[in-house]
Design a binder for this molecule. Structure first.
Ligand code: ATP
Ligand code: MG
Length: 410
């Protein structure tokens, strides 16, 4: 394993420029590449897709499968350190890379995030160890991996949401079930793969927190993000003073720190929370899931903070200092799904960028995907401004221009 820190702009003994690598070539990889290149690093992306958003903008694009020994060897040969941009990268591949290079986050942390059953056990163990997470629990759940476990599900978990333990994202691999018969049918539809059944909770709101943790254990955090999902996909993120009660924000931050510390996490980590109505004034926090990487709800950090989640991903993996981020502008992020490229009649259209780009404080990010499909993440729009009321007004105008759902600010 090569020595950290890896300073940008340096050249090693064999004449190679300091190169940072990423497993996966999606939009998160693309924004990572942009951040790394801004510091002068060369970049390498491993992704099988010739047209991957990150591969298109990287110095090197290794077009191979994630478990391909030759591809992994090529990536390790080029790079001084390696990260990942999606949690479903095979943990064994990260393990292989870690034999010769610093890899952050590590295979063990990514393996936990890949499996909802392990993830929930990890949350429970983190809470038990730290004490500070007291009161921040998972939704009540049961593991369903066998017909016996299906039969043993307590009635109190229904109505619920059945979720595959592995490979779910953007609400995929999930089914809402009202009773035992629907549960059995939904599990059969999911081919009886290992699942968790979660009780359907009365959500008041949803939020997420993003931290970066270094090799030395230092943690820095962004302020909690308030998120709105539509059809299981993130639609809107709002971040400004007062977006959520301070007492909840403090508890969410304490919880994510416990979750990161408990496994000695290195890199950028996002944890999603529900705020549920428990009869108390502000509601209670429930921990939903974690992402071992930058997160869609943190994209606003590129335009509204003095250091972004992708900058911190670069810093953390390369062993550079982790500056505490400061948000300098209130921000609202609107996700741009492929739906925006179609009108109400389903006819293809070009979104009215002329009007969007004329809005004050509008930061448009498109991911270089040419094939717009409903539900596909094509880009996002972050609105910043001097004050919250102004940002809300601009976001409302943007949402109206693009016919976006999910933003009904007062
Ligand atoms: P992601 O894209 O965030 O990885 P995912 O497919 O892993 O999504 P979840 O985050 O588990 O899915 O759920 C998606 C959304 O469904 C949540 O953001 C929330 O709106 C809703 N949801 C999930 N679990 C519950 C629950 N137990 N009770 C109520 N609503 C829920
Ligand atoms: Mg989620």
């Amino acid at each position: 394993m090569s020595a950290l820190p890896i300073f940008p702009g340096t050249v090693d003994a064999s004449g190679r420029p300091a190169t940072l690598g990423v497993m996966g070539g999606g939009q998160l990889g693309r924004m990572f590449v942009h951040a790394a290149q801004r510091l002068g690093y060369f970049t390498a992306v491993l992704d099988p897709d010739a047209q991957s958003p990150a591969g298109l903008v990287s110095h090197h694009h290794i077009q191979s499968g994630y478990s391909d020994a030759q591809g992994l060897a090529q990536l390790a040969g080029l790079c001084a350190a390696i990260t990942t941009e999606f949690e479903n990268v095979p943990a064994a591949a990260l393990q292989t890379l870690a034999e010769s290079r610093p890899v952050a986050p590590g295979a063990a942390a990514v393996a936990i995030a890949q499996d909802r059953i392990q993830e929930k056990s990890h949350f429970t163990a983190s809470a038990a160890e730290s004490g500070v997470m007291a009161g921040v629990t998972c939704a009540p759940y049961a593991v369903i991996a066998s017909p016996d476990q299906l039969r043993a599900v307590p009635a109190g978990l229904l109505p619920g949401i059945l979720k595959t333990a592995r490979m779910g994202y953007d609400g995929k691999g999930q089914a809402r079930v009202r009773n035992a018969a629907e549960l059995a049918a939904a599990w059969a539809d999911l081919k009886q793969v290992p699942c968790v059944l979660e009780k359907l909770l009365p959500l008041k709101a949803e939020c997420s927190v993003i931290v970066a943790r270094g090799w030395d254990g230092r943690i820095v955090a962004f302020p909690p993000q308030l998120n709105v999902h539509v059809d299981g996909i993130l639609a809107v993120t709002e971040v400004y003073e007062g977006n959520m009660p301070p007492a909840l924000a403090v508890r969410a931050l304490a919880a994510i720190k416990s979750i990161a510390n408990h496994i000695g996490y290195v890199g950028v980590l996002c944890v999603e929370f529900f705020v549920i109505d428990d009869g108390s004034e502000h509601g209670a926090l429930v921990v939903n899931e974690m992402a071992p990487r930058p997160h869609n709800s943190g994209h606003y950090t590129m335009d509204a903070c003095d250091v972004s989640q992708f900058d911190l991903q670069v810093h953390a993996m390369a062993g550079l200092p982790l500056p505490a981020p400061r948000q300098h502008s209130p921000a609202i992020m609107l996700n741009l799904l492929g739906d925006v490229w179609f009108d109400a009649q389903g006819e293809a259209r070009t979104p009215d960028w002329q009007a969007v780009l004329a809005l004050p404080g509008a930061h448009l990010h498109l991911y270089g995907k040419t094939d717009a499909r409903p539900g596909r993440k094509m880009g996002h729009l972050t609105l910043t401004g001097a004050d919250v009321a102004g940002v809300k007004a601009t976001a409302r105008r943007a949402a109206a221009i693009l016919s976006l759902p999910g933003f009904e600010a007062a």
